[in-house]
Design a protein around this ligand. Sequence first.
Ligand SMILES: Cc1ncc(COP(=O)(O)O)c(C=O)c1O
Length: 455
Amino acid sequence: MRMNKGDYRPDEGFAKAADDADPLREFRQRFHFPNSPVGGDPIYFTGNSLGLQPKTARKYIEQELDDWAFLAVEGHFRAKHPWLPYHEFLTKQMARIVGAKPIETVVMNSLTVNLHLMMVSFYRPEGERRKIVIERGAFPSDQYAVQSQLKAHATWATAARSSSFSWPASPQDVSGQHEPPEGGTQNLIELTPREGETTLRTEDIVETIERHGSEIALVMLGGVNYYTGQAFDMRAITEAGHRVGATVGFDLAHAAGNLELNLHDWDVDFAVWCSYKYLNSGPGGVAGAFVHERHAEAFDLPRFAGWWGHDKETRFLMGPEFHPMRGAEGWQISNPPIFQMAALRASLEIFDEAGMPALRAKSEALTGYLEYLLSQIGDDRISVITPSDPAQRGCQLSIRVKNSDRKLFEALTEQGVFVDWREPDVIRAAPVPLYNSFTDVHRFAGILRECLTSR
Ligand SMILES: Cc1ncc(COP(=O)(O)O)c(C=O)c1O
Protein backbone atom coordinates (compact mmCIF):
# COMPACT_ATOMS: atom_id res chain seq x y z
CA MET A 1 0.00 0.00 0.00
CA ARG A 2 1.71 3.19 -1.17
CA MET A 3 0.41 6.71 -0.65
CA ASN A 4 1.80 10.10 -1.52
CA LYS A 5 1.31 13.29 0.43
CA GLY A 6 -1.10 14.59 -2.21
CA ASP A 7 -3.39 11.55 -1.80
CA TYR A 8 -4.52 12.38 1.73
CA ARG A 9 -7.83 14.09 2.50
CA PRO A 10 -9.09 15.28 5.91
CA ASP A 11 -12.56 13.68 5.83
CA GLU A 12 -13.48 10.47 7.65
CA GLY A 13 -14.50 8.87 4.35
CA PHE A 14 -10.86 8.91 3.24
CA ALA A 15 -9.83 6.94 6.34
CA LYS A 16 -12.57 4.39 5.81
CA ALA A 17 -11.70 3.93 2.13
CA ALA A 18 -8.01 3.55 3.00
CA ASP A 19 -8.87 0.88 5.58
CA ASP A 20 -11.00 -0.96 3.03
CA ALA A 21 -8.09 -0.92 0.59
CA ASP A 22 -5.55 -2.01 3.21
CA PRO A 23 -4.27 -5.53 2.39
CA LEU A 24 -3.19 -5.96 6.04
CA ARG A 25 -6.51 -4.92 7.61
CA GLU A 26 -7.37 -8.44 8.89
CA PHE A 27 -4.27 -8.59 11.10
CA ARG A 28 -5.90 -6.20 13.59
CA GLN A 29 -8.25 -9.03 14.59
CA ARG A 30 -5.28 -11.13 15.72
CA PHE A 31 -4.54 -8.90 18.71
CA HIS A 32 -6.16 -8.13 22.05
CA PHE A 33 -6.82 -4.43 22.59
CA PRO A 34 -7.06 -2.93 26.10
CA ASN A 35 -10.30 -1.36 27.31
CA SER A 36 -11.06 2.25 26.60
CA PRO A 37 -12.43 4.35 29.48
CA VAL A 38 -15.06 5.76 27.11
CA GLY A 39 -16.07 2.38 25.68
CA GLY A 40 -15.54 1.19 22.13
CA ASP A 41 -12.14 0.72 20.56
CA PRO A 42 -9.22 2.50 22.19
CA ILE A 43 -6.66 4.23 19.99
CA TYR A 44 -3.55 2.26 20.80
CA PHE A 45 -0.49 4.22 19.62
CA THR A 46 2.02 2.85 22.12
CA GLY A 47 3.26 -0.20 20.24
CA ASN A 48 6.64 1.58 20.38
CA SER A 49 6.56 0.97 24.12
CA LEU A 50 4.65 -2.29 24.60
CA GLY A 51 3.14 -4.13 21.65
CA LEU A 52 -0.33 -5.69 21.91
CA GLN A 53 -0.86 -9.33 22.82
CA PRO A 54 -1.32 -11.68 19.86
CA LYS A 55 -4.42 -13.78 20.53
CA THR A 56 -2.36 -16.91 19.85
CA ALA A 57 0.15 -16.10 22.62
CA ARG A 58 -2.04 -17.67 25.31
CA LYS A 59 -2.30 -20.96 23.40
CA TYR A 60 1.45 -21.05 22.82
CA ILE A 61 2.23 -20.42 26.48
CA GLU A 62 -0.44 -22.88 27.62
CA GLN A 63 1.21 -25.54 25.48
CA GLU A 64 4.43 -25.03 27.46
CA LEU A 65 2.53 -25.03 30.77
CA ASP A 66 0.91 -28.32 29.80
CA ASP A 67 4.20 -29.82 28.74
CA TRP A 68 5.72 -28.72 32.02
CA ALA A 69 2.78 -30.18 33.98
CA PHE A 70 2.72 -33.52 32.19
CA LEU A 71 6.31 -34.04 31.17
CA ALA A 72 8.29 -32.02 33.72
CA VAL A 73 12.01 -32.45 33.06
CA GLU A 74 11.29 -34.66 30.06
CA GLY A 75 9.89 -31.55 28.36
CA HIS A 76 13.45 -30.61 27.44
CA PHE A 77 13.35 -33.45 24.92
CA ARG A 78 9.71 -34.50 24.50
CA ALA A 79 7.71 -31.28 24.64
CA LYS A 80 5.83 -30.50 21.43
CA HIS A 81 8.55 -27.91 20.91
CA PRO A 82 11.43 -29.37 22.93
CA TRP A 83 12.92 -26.85 25.34
CA LEU A 84 16.52 -27.81 24.77
CA PRO A 85 16.70 -26.26 21.29
CA TYR A 86 13.70 -23.93 21.82
CA HIS A 87 15.52 -20.72 20.90
CA GLU A 88 16.34 -22.25 17.52
CA PHE A 89 12.64 -22.26 16.61
CA LEU A 90 12.78 -18.47 16.58
CA THR A 91 16.03 -17.90 14.75
CA LYS A 92 14.98 -17.91 11.10
CA GLN A 93 11.96 -15.68 11.61
CA MET A 94 13.90 -13.24 13.74
CA ALA A 95 16.73 -13.21 11.18
CA ARG A 96 14.22 -12.22 8.47
CA ILE A 97 13.01 -9.31 10.61
CA VAL A 98 16.47 -7.78 10.91
CA GLY A 99 17.84 -8.77 7.49
CA ALA A 100 20.36 -11.26 8.81
CA LYS A 101 21.46 -14.83 8.26
CA PRO A 102 20.42 -17.40 10.87
CA ILE A 103 24.06 -17.88 11.90
CA GLU A 104 24.12 -14.14 12.73
CA THR A 105 20.98 -14.13 14.87
CA VAL A 106 20.12 -15.30 18.35
CA VAL A 107 17.21 -14.70 20.71
CA MET A 108 18.43 -14.42 24.30
CA ASN A 109 18.44 -12.38 27.51
CA SER A 110 17.27 -8.76 27.73
CA LEU A 111 18.32 -5.84 25.61
CA THR A 112 20.74 -4.04 27.93
CA VAL A 113 22.29 -7.35 28.96
CA ASN A 114 22.93 -8.13 25.30
CA LEU A 115 24.39 -4.67 24.77
CA HIS A 116 26.89 -5.34 27.53
CA LEU A 117 27.76 -8.76 26.11
CA MET A 118 28.40 -7.25 22.70
CA MET A 119 30.51 -4.41 24.06
CA VAL A 120 32.65 -6.79 26.08
CA SER A 121 33.57 -8.38 22.75
CA PHE A 122 33.42 -5.51 20.28
CA TYR A 123 34.66 -2.53 22.23
CA ARG A 124 38.36 -3.16 21.96
CA PRO A 125 40.22 -0.02 23.07
CA GLU A 126 43.85 -0.04 22.03
CA GLY A 127 46.51 2.67 21.85
CA GLU A 128 44.89 5.97 20.93
CA ARG A 129 41.76 4.16 19.64
CA ARG A 130 39.58 4.21 22.76
CA LYS A 131 36.51 6.31 22.09
CA ILE A 132 32.86 5.37 21.72
CA VAL A 133 30.46 7.47 19.63
CA ILE A 134 26.85 7.65 20.85
CA GLU A 135 23.95 10.07 20.45
CA ARG A 136 23.53 12.72 23.11
CA GLY A 137 20.13 11.87 24.54
CA ALA A 138 20.39 8.17 23.74
CA PHE A 139 18.06 6.02 25.85
CA PRO A 140 19.42 6.17 29.43
CA SER A 141 20.11 2.44 29.65
CA ASP A 142 22.41 2.74 26.61
CA GLN A 143 24.21 5.68 28.16
CA TYR A 144 24.71 3.83 31.45
CA ALA A 145 25.84 0.69 29.64
CA VAL A 146 28.37 2.59 27.50
CA GLN A 147 29.69 4.63 30.41
CA SER A 148 30.09 1.56 32.59
CA GLN A 149 31.86 -0.30 29.78
CA LEU A 150 34.30 2.58 29.39
CA LYS A 151 35.02 2.43 33.09
CA ALA A 152 35.27 -1.34 33.19
CA HIS A 153 37.63 -1.49 30.20
CA ALA A 154 39.77 1.29 31.65
CA THR A 155 39.95 -0.58 34.95
CA TRP A 156 40.84 -3.84 33.23
CA ALA A 157 43.51 -2.09 31.16
CA THR A 158 44.94 -0.56 34.29
CA ALA A 159 44.93 -3.86 36.07
CA ALA A 160 46.67 -5.41 33.08
CA ARG A 161 49.39 -2.77 33.17
CA SER A 162 49.52 -3.00 36.97
CA SER A 163 50.20 0.70 37.08
CA SER A 164 48.30 3.35 38.98
CA PHE A 165 45.19 4.68 37.32
CA SER A 166 43.22 7.83 37.84
CA TRP A 167 39.89 8.46 36.25
CA PRO A 168 39.79 11.79 34.33
CA ALA A 169 38.59 14.57 36.61
CA SER A 170 36.50 16.33 33.99
CA PRO A 171 35.22 15.32 30.60
CA GLN A 172 36.81 17.05 27.64
CA ASP A 173 34.62 18.60 24.97
CA VAL A 174 34.04 15.73 22.65
CA SER A 175 30.60 16.66 21.36
CA GLY A 176 29.86 16.35 17.67
CA GLN A 177 29.40 20.01 16.92
CA HIS A 178 28.65 22.40 19.73
CA GLU A 179 28.36 22.65 23.48
CA PRO A 180 30.48 20.46 25.72
CA PRO A 181 28.73 17.50 27.36
CA GLU A 182 27.52 17.98 30.89
CA GLY A 183 28.52 14.52 31.95
CA GLY A 184 30.10 11.45 30.52
CA THR A 185 33.65 10.34 30.33
CA GLN A 186 36.75 11.29 28.46
CA ASN A 187 36.30 8.60 25.88
CA LEU A 188 32.71 9.36 25.02
CA ILE A 189 31.88 11.25 21.83
CA GLU A 190 28.30 12.49 21.98
CA LEU A 191 26.62 13.49 18.74
CA THR A 192 24.48 16.61 19.12
CA PRO A 193 22.11 18.25 16.66
CA ARG A 194 23.05 21.62 15.21
CA GLU A 195 21.98 24.76 17.05
CA GLY A 196 18.23 25.17 16.66
CA GLU A 197 17.72 21.65 15.28
CA THR A 198 16.28 18.64 17.09
CA THR A 199 17.61 15.74 15.04
CA LEU A 200 21.02 14.74 13.73
CA ARG A 201 22.10 15.11 10.12
CA THR A 202 23.75 12.08 8.57
CA GLU A 203 26.48 14.31 7.13
CA ASP A 204 27.30 15.57 10.65
CA ILE A 205 27.42 12.04 12.06
CA VAL A 206 29.77 11.00 9.26
CA GLU A 207 31.87 14.15 9.66
CA THR A 208 32.25 13.56 13.41
CA ILE A 209 33.31 9.97 12.79
CA GLU A 210 35.85 11.11 10.20
CA ARG A 211 37.15 13.96 12.37
CA HIS A 212 37.84 11.68 15.33
CA GLY A 213 38.96 8.88 12.99
CA SER A 214 41.66 6.78 14.56
CA GLU A 215 40.52 7.67 18.11
CA ILE A 216 37.25 5.80 17.65
CA ALA A 217 37.02 2.19 18.76
CA LEU A 218 33.23 1.82 18.55
CA VAL A 219 30.25 3.61 17.04
CA MET A 220 27.10 2.58 18.94
CA LEU A 221 23.87 4.32 18.00
CA GLY A 222 20.18 3.57 18.22
CA GLY A 223 18.60 2.55 14.91
CA VAL A 224 15.71 4.87 15.75
CA ASN A 225 16.03 7.45 18.52
CA TYR A 226 13.42 6.73 21.20
CA TYR A 227 12.62 10.41 21.84
CA THR A 228 12.67 12.05 18.42
CA GLY A 229 11.69 9.00 16.39
CA GLN A 230 14.56 9.74 13.97
CA ALA A 231 15.77 6.69 12.02
CA PHE A 232 19.46 6.77 11.25
CA ASP A 233 21.11 5.85 7.99
CA MET A 234 22.68 2.69 9.34
CA ARG A 235 24.41 1.78 6.12
CA ALA A 236 26.14 5.18 5.82
CA ILE A 237 27.10 5.18 9.49
CA THR A 238 28.50 1.65 9.29
CA GLU A 239 30.52 2.55 6.21
CA ALA A 240 31.88 5.68 7.90
CA GLY A 241 32.78 3.74 11.05
CA HIS A 242 34.54 1.03 9.08
CA ARG A 243 36.44 3.59 6.96
CA VAL A 244 38.13 4.87 10.12
CA GLY A 245 38.75 1.36 11.46
CA ALA A 246 36.06 1.33 14.16
CA THR A 247 33.50 -1.37 14.89
CA VAL A 248 29.85 -0.41 14.53
CA GLY A 249 26.86 -1.61 16.54
CA PHE A 250 23.22 -0.56 16.84
CA ASP A 251 20.53 -0.70 19.48
CA LEU A 252 17.45 -1.58 17.46
CA ALA A 253 14.87 -1.37 20.26
CA HIS A 254 12.81 1.07 18.21
CA ALA A 255 13.76 -0.31 14.82
CA ALA A 256 13.18 -4.07 14.94
CA GLY A 257 9.74 -4.85 13.51
CA ASN A 258 9.40 -1.18 12.57
CA LEU A 259 11.90 -0.54 9.75
CA GLU A 260 13.11 -2.80 7.00
CA LEU A 261 16.58 -3.75 8.17
CA ASN A 262 19.46 -5.30 6.27
CA LEU A 263 22.06 -5.82 8.94
CA HIS A 264 24.04 -8.39 6.98
CA ASP A 265 24.25 -6.34 3.77
CA TRP A 266 24.95 -3.14 5.67
CA ASP A 267 27.91 -4.96 7.20
CA VAL A 268 27.01 -3.97 10.77
CA ASP A 269 29.29 -5.65 13.33
CA PHE A 270 26.66 -6.26 15.99
CA ALA A 271 23.16 -5.23 16.97
CA VAL A 272 20.80 -5.79 19.89
CA TRP A 273 17.06 -5.24 20.29
CA CYS A 274 14.14 -5.98 22.54
CA SER A 275 10.96 -7.75 21.43
CA TYR A 276 8.30 -6.24 23.68
CA LYS A 277 7.77 -3.13 21.52
CA TYR A 278 7.02 -3.63 17.82
CA LEU A 279 7.60 -7.37 18.13
CA ASN A 280 4.74 -7.91 20.63
CA SER A 281 6.35 -10.51 22.90
CA GLY A 282 4.91 -9.12 26.14
CA PRO A 283 6.37 -7.23 29.09
CA GLY A 284 10.06 -7.95 29.65
CA GLY A 285 10.07 -10.24 26.60
CA VAL A 286 13.26 -11.94 25.53
CA ALA A 287 15.69 -9.90 23.38
CA GLY A 288 17.68 -10.44 20.19
CA ALA A 289 21.28 -10.08 19.12
CA PHE A 290 23.07 -9.99 15.78
CA VAL A 291 26.75 -10.70 15.20
CA HIS A 292 27.94 -10.39 11.62
CA GLU A 293 28.94 -13.63 9.95
CA ARG A 294 32.53 -12.48 9.58
CA HIS A 295 32.84 -12.70 13.39
CA ALA A 296 31.22 -16.15 13.49
CA GLU A 297 34.53 -17.81 14.32
CA ALA A 298 36.17 -14.98 16.20
CA PHE A 299 36.75 -17.31 19.14
CA ASP A 300 39.66 -15.23 20.34
CA LEU A 301 37.42 -12.24 21.12
CA PRO A 302 36.92 -11.77 24.83
CA ARG A 303 33.38 -12.69 25.82
CA PHE A 304 31.41 -13.30 28.96
CA ALA A 305 30.65 -16.98 28.69
CA GLY A 306 27.97 -19.32 29.94
CA TRP A 307 27.10 -22.92 29.23
CA TRP A 308 24.44 -22.17 26.59
CA GLY A 309 27.08 -20.56 24.38
CA HIS A 310 29.18 -23.73 24.54
CA ASP A 311 29.33 -26.06 21.55
CA LYS A 312 26.03 -27.90 21.82
CA GLU A 313 27.52 -31.25 20.76
CA THR A 314 29.67 -31.35 23.88
CA ARG A 315 27.77 -29.06 26.26
CA PHE A 316 26.49 -31.91 28.37
CA LEU A 317 29.89 -33.47 28.80
CA MET A 318 30.18 -30.68 31.34
CA GLY A 319 33.85 -30.05 30.70
CA PRO A 320 35.63 -27.19 32.46
CA GLU A 321 36.80 -25.43 29.28
CA PHE A 322 34.51 -23.16 27.27
CA HIS A 323 34.26 -23.89 23.54
CA PRO A 324 31.93 -21.31 21.98
CA MET A 325 29.49 -22.19 19.23
CA ARG A 326 29.95 -20.59 15.83
CA GLY A 327 28.02 -17.42 15.19
CA ALA A 328 25.70 -15.37 17.38
CA GLU A 329 24.64 -18.41 19.44
CA GLY A 330 28.14 -18.48 20.89
CA TRP A 331 27.24 -15.37 22.92
CA GLN A 332 24.43 -17.13 24.79
CA ILE A 333 24.86 -17.52 28.51
CA SER A 334 21.85 -19.21 30.03
CA ASN A 335 19.24 -21.72 28.98
CA PRO A 336 16.28 -20.01 27.31
CA PRO A 337 13.16 -18.61 29.06
CA ILE A 338 10.53 -20.83 27.42
CA PHE A 339 7.34 -18.92 28.30
CA GLN A 340 8.72 -15.67 26.94
CA MET A 341 9.93 -17.39 23.83
CA ALA A 342 6.53 -19.03 23.34
CA ALA A 343 4.86 -15.59 23.34
CA LEU A 344 7.44 -14.29 20.90
CA ARG A 345 6.90 -17.26 18.58
CA ALA A 346 3.21 -16.34 18.38
CA SER A 347 4.09 -12.84 17.24
CA LEU A 348 6.91 -13.77 14.85
CA GLU A 349 4.56 -16.10 12.99
CA ILE A 350 2.25 -13.16 12.39
CA PHE A 351 5.18 -11.06 11.17
CA ASP A 352 6.18 -13.81 8.81
CA GLU A 353 2.72 -13.91 7.32
CA ALA A 354 2.46 -10.15 6.91
CA GLY A 355 6.07 -9.63 5.77
CA MET A 356 8.21 -6.60 6.55
CA PRO A 357 7.94 -4.98 3.07
CA ALA A 358 4.11 -4.83 3.27
CA LEU A 359 4.21 -3.68 6.88
CA ARG A 360 6.69 -0.94 6.09
CA ALA A 361 4.67 0.28 3.11
CA LYS A 362 1.53 0.57 5.25
CA SER A 363 3.53 2.16 8.06
CA GLU A 364 4.78 4.94 5.78
CA ALA A 365 1.23 5.58 4.61
CA LEU A 366 -0.20 5.62 8.17
CA THR A 367 2.47 7.86 9.64
CA GLY A 368 2.34 10.17 6.62
CA TYR A 369 -1.43 10.41 7.14
CA LEU A 370 -0.95 11.26 10.81
CA GLU A 371 1.53 13.99 9.88
CA TYR A 372 -0.93 15.36 7.30
CA LEU A 373 -3.87 15.44 9.75
CA LEU A 374 -1.73 17.15 12.39
CA SER A 375 -0.93 19.88 9.88
CA GLN A 376 -4.68 20.20 9.16
CA ILE A 377 -5.39 20.97 12.82
CA GLY A 378 -3.79 24.32 12.08
CA ASP A 379 -2.65 24.98 15.64
CA ASP A 380 0.75 26.65 15.69
CA ARG A 381 1.51 25.18 19.12
CA ILE A 382 1.97 21.82 17.37
CA SER A 383 5.21 20.82 15.70
CA VAL A 384 6.54 17.41 14.79
CA ILE A 385 10.16 16.91 15.79
CA THR A 386 10.47 13.59 13.93
CA PRO A 387 11.95 14.11 10.44
CA SER A 388 9.32 14.41 7.72
CA ASP A 389 11.42 12.33 5.31
CA PRO A 390 9.92 8.80 5.53
CA ALA A 391 13.40 7.30 5.11
CA GLN A 392 14.36 8.98 8.39
CA ARG A 393 11.57 7.68 10.56
CA GLY A 394 9.52 4.60 11.38
CA CYS A 395 5.98 4.48 12.78
CA GLN A 396 6.47 7.04 15.52
CA LEU A 397 5.87 10.77 15.39
CA SER A 398 7.08 12.85 18.32
CA ILE A 399 4.65 15.72 18.57
CA ARG A 400 5.83 18.81 20.43
CA VAL A 401 2.99 20.90 21.87
CA LYS A 402 4.33 24.27 22.94
CA ASN A 403 3.36 25.46 26.44
CA SER A 404 1.62 22.15 27.19
CA ASP A 405 2.01 19.90 30.18
CA ARG A 406 0.99 16.42 31.30
CA LYS A 407 -2.64 17.55 31.54
CA LEU A 408 -2.91 17.35 27.77
CA PHE A 409 -1.68 13.77 27.87
CA GLU A 410 -4.15 12.99 30.67
CA ALA A 411 -7.02 14.50 28.68
CA LEU A 412 -6.11 12.27 25.71
CA THR A 413 -5.92 9.23 27.97
CA GLU A 414 -9.40 9.94 29.33
CA GLN A 415 -10.67 9.75 25.76
CA GLY A 416 -9.26 6.27 25.24
CA VAL A 417 -6.06 7.39 23.49
CA PHE A 418 -2.91 5.46 24.37
CA VAL A 419 0.12 7.64 23.61
CA ASP A 420 2.98 8.56 25.89
CA TRP A 421 4.32 11.73 27.31
CA ARG A 422 7.98 12.68 27.38
CA GLU A 423 9.08 15.72 29.33
CA PRO A 424 8.96 18.60 28.79
CA ASP A 425 6.33 18.80 26.05
CA VAL A 426 6.41 15.80 23.71
CA ILE A 427 3.68 13.28 22.90
CA ARG A 428 4.93 10.13 21.20
CA ALA A 429 2.36 8.49 18.95
CA ALA A 430 3.12 5.36 16.96
CA PRO A 431 0.49 3.99 14.58
CA VAL A 432 1.60 0.39 14.11
CA PRO A 433 0.77 -1.18 10.74
CA LEU A 434 -0.02 -4.65 12.13
CA TYR A 435 -2.98 -3.49 14.19
CA ASN A 436 -3.67 0.21 13.69
CA SER A 437 -5.95 1.62 11.06
CA PHE A 438 -6.39 4.85 9.14
CA THR A 439 -9.59 5.34 11.16
CA ASP A 440 -7.52 5.19 14.37
CA VAL A 441 -5.33 7.98 13.00
CA HIS A 442 -8.35 10.04 11.95
CA ARG A 443 -10.01 9.64 15.37
CA PHE A 444 -6.76 10.53 17.15
CA ALA A 445 -6.36 13.77 15.21
CA GLY A 446 -9.98 14.69 16.02
CA ILE A 447 -9.54 14.05 19.74
CA LEU A 448 -6.25 15.95 19.84
CA ARG A 449 -7.91 18.91 18.10
CA GLU A 450 -10.75 18.87 20.67
CA CYS A 451 -8.34 18.66 23.60
CA LEU A 452 -6.33 21.59 22.24
CA THR A 453 -9.39 23.71 21.51
CA SER A 454 -10.59 23.38 25.07
CA ARG A 455 -7.22 24.54 26.44
C1 LIG B 1 16.51 2.36 23.03
C2 LIG B 1 16.39 1.51 24.25
N1 LIG B 1 17.49 0.98 24.79
C3 LIG B 1 17.43 0.22 25.91
C4 LIG B 1 16.22 -0.03 26.53
C5 LIG B 1 16.21 -0.87 27.77
O1 LIG B 1 15.71 -2.13 27.51
P1 LIG B 1 15.77 -3.36 28.55
O2 LIG B 1 15.08 -2.90 29.80
O3 LIG B 1 14.99 -4.43 27.87
O4 LIG B 1 17.18 -3.70 28.77
C6 LIG B 1 15.04 0.50 26.00
C7 LIG B 1 13.74 0.24 26.64
O5 LIG B 1 12.72 0.76 26.30
C8 LIG B 1 15.12 1.30 24.83
O6 LIG B 1 14.04 1.87 24.28
